[in-house]
Design a protein around this ligand. Sequence first.
Ligand code: FEO
Length: 171
Amino acid sequence: MKSKALVEALNEQINYEYFASYQYLAMAAYFESAGLSGFASWMRAQSEEELFHAMKIFDFMHDRNARVKLLAIKEPVAEFSSTLDVFEKTLAHEQAVTASINALYELSLQEKDYPTQVMLQWFIEEQVEEEKTVQEIIDQLKLIGDDGTGLFQLDREMGARRGATPENGNA
Ligand code: FEO
């Protein structure tokens, strides 16, 4: 890969995906301690999915003969005021990831790096899906409000989600 700026930006994106994984794991820990095992399991699957995203870029960089540099992962937010608060923070986080992917795409256009553009198209589609899914959960949580039975039911539905990996076709 010729562009140093692009190599640096891809390294940063790997770090961002690792941070996302760490953040979702912190959310899983929060839900475990709150007795919401379905939400915890959903967050755990989300955390694993982010590792898959990081490794997708890691492998791509090596395929292009670029050197991966792993950077320090910052500490995730660990305390939340409610289930809704967790998912509102999740949406804000995913919107920030989308902005980061879009900036990477813009850079790959400037640098005329066509393979990176193709690789990033997968991420652009994935971000549309991620934001949509989280927005739907937020809508459901708002409908449920303070209804404990509704939250219990949604927790069970969230627990039915499998880890999103290419093996089970959910990635
Ligand atoms: Fe890798 Fe949820 O974005």
